[in-house]
Design a protein around this ligand. Sequence first.
Ligand code: 13P
Ligand code: 13P
Ligand code: MG
Ligand code: MG
Length: 379
Amino acid sequence: MAGKITVSVIKADVGSVCGHTRPHPSMMEKCGEFLADGVKKKTLVDYYVTRVGDDINLLMTHRNGEDAKEVHKLAWDAFMAAADLAKEMHLYGAGQDLLSDAFSGNIRGAGPGSAEMEFEERPTEPIMFFMADKTEPSAYSLPLSRIYLDPFTTTGLVIDARAKKGFDFEIHDVMDNKKVVMSSPEETLSILSLLGDTTRYAVKRVFSRSGIGTAAVVSTDKLNLTAGKYVGKDDPVCVVRAQSGLPSVGEYLQPFMDTMLVAGWMRGSHYGAFYPCAVDDSDPTYFDGPPRVCCLGFQLRDGRFQGLEPRDAKPGDHRPMDFFKGSEWDLVRRNSVKASKMVRGHGPFMPAILGPGEMEYTSRPAVLKELVRRFEKLD
Ligand code: 13P
Ligand code: 13P
Ligand code: MG
Ligand code: MG
């Protein structure tokens, strides 16, 4: 079918079983009911309800463009209904990410995270969803830099004529609420000079410079909402399109073979190593982590998701590729636990905990207030 398709992921943590672990299955089912109704009413073309750790991720396709009110409202209503179930079951953090009582036209600023891209579907369109828990949007800055800027990661940057034209990065300054678009390969080192500061800069979008359109989009919502006051984390999702002028599926996965420390573990206040795993293995079972990252893959087929399910499966009824399920990733998982345990050895000391401006919890202002009279000037 001709015409542009929009892929939207809207995600939220609206409650989980025994701490910040995993949503109850009935909450996921409830979201599925809402989205199935969305297909029936033609708001959506297709959907898939999934999760990473305690975050429900609604993967959706539709023809309403980015920021479509009807799509955002559908996701909001689904999360509200799931939060009601969580409240009824006395689950932990019920309604955690729903910051307002009423929907005001767009999900941005209301608590859930969103990543959306509209594009012309190619004859074969592989699409991948990276979903992370217990971390923040700038956790993707290092892997995305390696994918789009580093020819030792993405050989396609050297041998694929279209990828060789480079990529444009839309970078957000989350402290000053500003954005800038920079071009690789010319500005590669300047891009890295910004992105290296993960407390301030995050990648929002990456665009192909050979006319293929948006290559990647990351959810950065909570950061925008609280611009000027860094809140640390947002359990982010990143959607990418692959192959034929874009990085290949394997090139997208490559950087996750290295053990990376990311911010946002335990109480949103610690560094831990990314733990790539299957969705079913994404329950955070060691010190509320280590920060999980999952990756699901589909083909698009006239705006619908096509995974391993039968060709005539109903909308919503999918079996995606679950990339980090493979045994190759056992090595990274072991290294992640080792690295996370090493950092944990520092207890409440930096660099196990985040910098002073980034802690989600801190008692320091209260401690300093108590000590105001007892602090003496040094000679
Ligand atoms: P095929 O030759 O199987 O299409 O693979 C090309 C490719 O890009 C693999 O990374
Ligand atoms: P979530 O952001 O995944 O709810 O985790 C909260 C937390 O701080 C767990 O330690
Ligand atoms: Mg939670
Ligand atoms: Mg979470």
